[in-house]
Design a protein around this ligand. Sequence first.
Ligand code: AMP
Ligand code: MG
Ligand code: MG
Length: 313
Amino acid sequence: MAQSAPLILRIVASSVSAANQAGKIIRDVMSKGELGIVDKGVNDLQTEADRTAQRCIVSSLSKQFPSIKIIGEEDQGGQECPLPPEWLVTDSDPGVLNLQCPKDLQNVKEEEVVVWVDPLDGTSEYTQGLLDHVTVLIGVAVGERAVGGVIHQPYFEYQKFERPDLAPGRTIWGIPGVGTGGFEPRVAEVGKRIVTTTRSHSNALVQSALDAIQPTEVLRVGGAGHKVMLLLEGKAHAYVFASAGCKKWDTCAPEAILSAAGGTLTDMLGRPYLYHASVQHLNASGVLAAATKEDHAWYASKVPDSVRQKLSG
Ligand code: AMP
Ligand code: MG
Ligand code: MG
C-alpha cells in the first residue's frame, strides 16, 4: 500500500511516474515544433520542453511531498506557474513501492530530503534532433548522499515507431543497497577502453585527459544521463569529463543508479560529490564514472597530474 511504504520508496516511485509524464511533454513539444529556445549563458540552452517538464515534475512532487526540498535546473520554479491539470501526476510506480527499503532510510522525514531535477538533460542535442541523447533526471538525496535515482529516456528505441512522438520511452531506477530496475545491466567488453565524453562542451583540458587515458574508442555523446546509461548497458567503460560544467542535477540520479549497479561516479580526482541542499550546484572538478569500482580506480589512476592540478579547487 502506497501510504505505508517508506518515504524514500514513495518519492522514487512518484519520480518514475513524474519522469514518464515529463517524457510525454518533451515529445509533445518536439512534435509541435515550437521549441521556444532561450540561451541561458554560453552554450547553455533552454526550451519550452525544459520549462514545462520541470513544472510538471516539481509541481507533482511538491504536491505529494510538501516539505521536501526540490532543486531544479530551470529555476523559475514549478510552484508559481500554473500547470495544465492534465500534466499533474499523482500516481506512482507500484513495483518500486513494494521494494525492501534499506534499514538506514526507513525513517527518513521529508525535511531531510533534497530532490535534484534535470527536466531535460541534453538540451543542445534535443534541439539538433539527436533524440537518443535526451533524458529526464530525478535524483533523491538524504543528507549528503544520493540515495535514489530515476532516468527516463523519452525517445528510447524511437526508430522502431512510425514517428518519434509515438515512442513510449523507458524509465530506469536505482537505489543503492536495493538494486536497479527498468533495464538489463550489461558488462562492457574486457580488453577495450571505450570512453564516453561530451560532444558539445569539450576543451583542451577535456582532451588532454582523454589523451592520457589512450582509449580504444571515444563516444562523444550528449547528456550526463545518456553517458551513464552507456556505462550501465556495457556500451562504454568510463565517462570522463575533465571540466567544470555539469551540475548536481546532472549527476545525482545517474550516480545513485550507477552505484546501485556496483559502479562509481566522482570528480576527476576521485572525490565524491555531495548533494545536500546548500552544496554548490556546479560540479567544478569534472566527472569520472565507471560501471565497476575496479574500472573507476584504473581510470582515476590514469588522470595526469596536470589535469588534477587544474581541477583541484
Ligand atoms: P554534456 O556532456 O556536454 O552533454 O554535458 C552534460 C551536462 O552538463 C548537460 O546538462 C550540460 O548542459 C552540462 N554542461 C556540461 N558542460 C557545460 C558547460 N560548459 N556549460 C553549461 N552546461 C554544461
Ligand atoms: Mg543536464
Ligand atoms: Mg537540463
